[in-house]
Design a protein around this ligand. Sequence first.
Ligand code: ADP
Ligand code: G6P
Length: 458
Amino acid sequence: MGTRGRLVVVANRLPVHRSGGSDRWEISPGGLVTALEPVLRARGGAWVGWSGTPGRAPRPFVLDGIDIRPVSMSDNELKLTYHGMSNATLWPLYHDAIRTPEFSGAWWSEYVRVNQRFAEKAAACAKPGDLVWIHDFHLQLVPAMLRALRPELRIGFFLHIPFPPEELFAWLPWRREILEGMLGADVVGFQTRSDARKFATAARRFAGTRSSGSTLRHGARCIIADAFPISIDFKAFDALGRDPIVRQRATLIRERLDPARKIILCVDRLDYTKGIDHRLRVYERMLRGGAVSADDSVLVQVAVPTRDKVAEYATQRATVEGLVGAINGEFTRLARVPVHYFSRSLRHRELAAYYLAADAMLVTPLRDGMNLVAKEFVATRSDLGGVLVLSEFAGASQELRGAIMVNPRDEDRTVEAVVGAIRMTDAERRRRMSRMRSAVRRHDVFNWSDTFLGALAP
Ligand code: ADP
Ligand code: G6P
C-alpha cells in the first residue's frame, strides 16, 4: 500500500456514538471501524458521515487520532433519503426485490441533494494526495460528485450489499445516474465476483461503458470493478473464543438451557432479507415431524430490531414474533421452551459465548452481500465444535466451503440439513470447521482493507 496521503472515509454513519447519554464520544464497535481504524491511525485520516441523530450536525472533532466530520441530516431528509430512497427503494431492489421496491421522484431528488452534501464535505476535508474511500448504497452518487469537485483525487467506492441482476436493476428510473455516480470512482469494489460482473453488465447496457475483465472504460477514464470480499478481525474473535471467562459463560448458557438439548443459534438484524421466518418454519417442521422436540433441542434467535420506521420492517417483526409465539404455544413442554427469542443486541463477549455454546449456527438469508455473523461464528470456534448451516445466497458461501449449504426457500431440504448438522459426527464437524477457519484466518478484515487500498493507491 502506498504511504503517501491520508485516508478519508465517507460513509452514511460515523464510527462514533455518545457514551451512555453523556456528551462524550466513543468509537462504536463494528466491522468497518475495526478494519479501517488501524489504517486511519497509521496514515492519519478523516471520517465523513452522519452522527445518527437528526438535526444540526455536531462540530468537527478529533477522536483517537481520527478527524471526525459530521454531516447534518434533518428529520425530513432522513425520511426521504435514509428511510425512503435507501431503505425502501435501493435495499429491497438490490436484494433480489424480496420486497417490492417503491419508486418516488421526491425521494430521489433528496437523495441527490444529500449525496451532494456528503461530496462537498469530503471535498472540503481531503488534502492533495489523500485517498478517499466511499461506502455503500446510501452514497452511490458521491464518487462522481466528488470527482467533479476534486478531479485529482484517487477515489474508491465499496458496495457492501449485493449488486442486482440486470433485469432488476433495469427497474430503477435513475439507473443511468446511479451507474454514472459509481463510475466516478477509480476502483469500485463488490463482495463477490458475481456482483462485479453484474455491475459491468449494467454499466455496458445502461451507461455505454466498455469492459474487459475487471477493467471498465468509461469516456476517457479506466475503472477497476472487482470483488473484494469483506471479512472480520479473525484474531479478535479467536481470542474471545479462547478467553476463560467467555468459555465459562458458554458453559453456563448450556447448563441453563440444559446440556441434553442441542442448541441451534441464529443471530441477525431483524431484516426481511435474513430469512428468519423461513428458518422458524423449518424448526417448526422439525418439531412437528418429530425429528426433534423441546426436550432435546432449543432454537435461540437473537434479532436486533432495525429500521423500524420502514413499514416492511414493522411487518416483518410482527411476522417473526407471531411465529415464535405460535411455535412456543404449540411445542413448549414444562420448563422447556423451544424458541428463545431475544429482541436486542448482545455485547461482543456475550455474543461470543453464544457462538461457543451452539451446536449448530443457522445463517440462512434469502440474499446477503456477505454476512459477517457466519465468519464471526467460525473464528470463535477454535474448539472445532459447532456446524454452520449457510444459505447459498449469502456472499460468505463463496468462501466458507465447509458449511452445509442450503437454499432457504427449500424448507424440506433445509430440515434435512439442520438435522444433519446436529447429528454430525465429531470427525466431520472438525474437518469442516477447520477448513472454514483457515479461509477466514487467511482472509481477515485487514487483508480486505489492504487489498482494496492497494488497488486504489497510485
Ligand atoms: P448486516 O450487515 O446485514 O447487519 P452482517 O452479518 O454482515 O449483517 O453484520 C452484522 C454485524 O452486526 C455483525 O458484526 C454481528 O456481530 C452484529 N450483530 C448482528 N446481530 C447482532 C445482535 N443481536 N447482537 C449483537 N450484534 C449483532
Ligand atoms: C448493512 C449495510 C450498512 C448498514 C448496516 C446497518 O450492513 O450494508 O451500510 O450500516 O446494514 O443498517 P443501518 O440502517 O442501521 O445503518
